[in-house]
Design a protein around this ligand. Structure first.
Ligand code: PAF
Length: 276
């Protein structure tokens, strides 16, 4: 496995790889990332993983400084997973002096996470566009846990005619339903114990939908009841939206994306489920 820190070194290493699958990450890897790596391994001649805590997608009061980092451990995991190339640039390599570009994907970035975290998706779209240009992947792999990010990246690729196939893989969960996330490491034992209420809320909405309920507010109420049964939670939003446009639905059609963002103390958790 080669670990490359500069764009020039990565380009030189990528040259002979043929079909390449890319798994972009912020590092501090968990089984969710490794499931994306395994899928990329199965579908491409070579696999690259990027590890970059992208400063432009964190707001001024967010957790950039304390975001967990452990590059030696990440590299051990990736070596064991059969990864060929790791791109782990320093911030100055990605954002040299006078870097002023910011990609605004539009529409789908204004709601949900975009409404609560202004500028977040411009940071994501910009860094992902740079990574796609540097890595030149055949396929790029993202987790369904960040459902809105997947929609934004699909739109970025479509609108800029990027020759990359975006693959969205299922959310990986702990046995009690909590979606894997590097930020779960912030939770105290007490917060960790109540965190699965988020998934219980999503399952409650799914059970109602499967029983024929299509009223958006009824589905939102089912999620809220499960989460607010745990008083430690503070809910940012509960959404029942069109999976492509992310527009809120009065009535769900054949399918709907149910998303939630909620805080336990200073830790913000997001999760979602696709209905239908
Ligand atoms: O989902 C993430 O880990 C990040 O948002 C990504 C896609 C690597 C961009 O920094």
């Amino acid at each position: 496995m080669q670990v490359l820190k500069t764009v020039a070194a990565f380009r030189a290493a990528r040259a002979g790889c043929g079909d390449l699958g890319l798994v972009p990450t912020l590092g501090f890897l968990h089984e969710g990332h490794l499931s994306l790596v395994a899928r990329a391994r199965a579908e491409n001649a070579a696999v690259a993983v990027s590890i970059f805590v992208n400063p432009t997608q964190f707001g001024p009061n967010e957790d950039l400084a304390r975001y967990p980092r452990d590059l030696p451990r990440d590299l051990r995991l990736l070596e064991a997973a059969g990864v060929d190339l790791v791109f782990a640039p320093a911030p100055a390599e990605m954002y040299p002096p006078r870097f002023d570009l910011s990609i605004q994907v539009g529409g789908v970035t204004d709601v949900l996470e975009g409404a609560v975290r202004p500028g977040h998706f411009a940071g994501v779209a910009t860094v992902v566009a740079k990574l796609f240009n540097i890595v030149q992947p055949t396929r790029a792999y993202f987790g369904q846990k960040d459902a809105q990010q997947c929609v934004v990246i699909q739109k970025l690729v479509r609108d800029l005619d990027m020759p990359v196939e975006v693959i969205v893989a299922p959310t990986v969960r702990e046995a009690d339903g909590l979606a894997l996330s590097s930020r779960n490491s912030y939770l105290t034992p007490e917060q960790r114990a109540v965190a699965p209420a988020i998934f219980r809320g999503l399952l409650a909405a799914e059970a109602l939908f499967d029983a024929g309920e299509r009223d958006g507010d009824a589905l939102r109420r089912a999620v809220r009841a499960a989460i607010e049964a745990e008083p430690q939670f503070s809910v940012d939003y509960i959404s029942v939206a069109d999976p492509e446009t992310l527009a809120e639905l009065d009535r769900a059609g054949a399918c709907a994306l149910v998303s939630i963002a909620a805080r336990l103390g200073t830790t913000r958790l997001i999760d979602n489920i696709l209905l239908g």
